[in-house]
Design a protein around this ligand. Sequence first.
Ligand SMILES: *Cc1c(COP(=O)(O)O)cnc(C)c1O
Length: 401
Amino acid sequence: MDRNKLLKLTETYGSPLYVYDTDIIKGQYKKITSAFSKVKRVKINYAAKALSNINILKVFNSLKSGLDTVSIQEVKLGLLAGFDPKNIIYTPNGVSLKEIEDVAKLGVQINIDNLSILELFGQNNPKIPVCIRINPHIMAGGNSKISVGHIDSKFGISIHQVPHIKRVVENTGMRINGIHMHTGSDILDIDTFLRASEILFEVAKQFDNIDFIDFGSGFKVPYKTGDISTNIEELGTKLSKRFNEFCKEYGKELTLMFEPGKFLVSQSGYFLAKVNVIKQTTSTVFAGIDSGLNHLIRPMFYNSYHQIENLSNPKGRERYYSIVGYICETDTFGSNRRINEIAEDDVLCFHNAGAYCYSMASNYNSRYRPAEVMLYNGKDYLIRKRETFDDIIKNQIEVSL
Ligand SMILES: *Cc1c(COP(=O)(O)O)cnc(C)c1O
């Protein structure tokens, strides 16, 4: 995105600031749907937890995307954004039977990931079809902090427990209408992913009236130059062919589903922050910004890399910096980064700030969460105002001592 435009937005709306370019979101959505154009029924359910501002959800609804949710609050946000409950899938982990039943009452597709709740839900609601989340015990690559498909993972019903699922179905008279997996790992090796898909097909065969197979997510996007990303065209070609074959075998036109978050929104986001202080130490030069792990925790939480650019001095000499936050913790955004010379008050831009950035922000150190701006059809819209002191105290109850 144009550097001057980002600087102007920072002037208008203040710093720190999140900016989302919806043209990029639309482009990514198109990429994924085009890759699977050979499959008759395809449904992309955007994973709301990546970036859950209601206006972003509305953009997805306008694209005819579905919504993947993990809490009843995300379901309610989706409904508020105008989604038809039929286009929302609810894939929780470790939530109560009560919450699942409350969501089912809203008409949303339920996806259950453990046998105990499956049995209770089936007994109480035999008429409501449910999807089951399978753990195929396959690692498609990536690090174990984000991978949720390994043998010790808390997610999904083990592939080895399918006979037990069938027994629950028989005992309760419930119907399984979908088979799901989400391994959480990055799809780098397409053949490994296809192997996991074969496992899902094997499971699907054992249920006689399913409507869809949901392959979860794991689409990787580049965060730095030279990063490998998922070859979506290759995945589309190979999986579409196999999926169509499977539908023939199964004797029914099934819907192929995916639920990407990062792929759809990561690159649309820019996080803009101002430099408060330049500090030379014996080992490095720190640039301390007016933000911290309270606004963008991914570098500290996942050790993830976000490219950092100095918008204010694009032609300046390149020097080495450690970019750090103002929180009283070690909150390093990037160490030893080569960046155009930084001065106090310069505006830095963090790339790939669309997914899991604002949605993971907090009030730690009693700081305000930043504002969010959306670019839509060439115009900028403030879609969330910056917090104020009222937000910090609004739920606190002062006791007179
Ligand atoms: C988080 C999540 C996703 C999205 O994952 P990305 O890596 O952002 O694409 C999809 N499905 C489920 C069940 C999830 O929990």
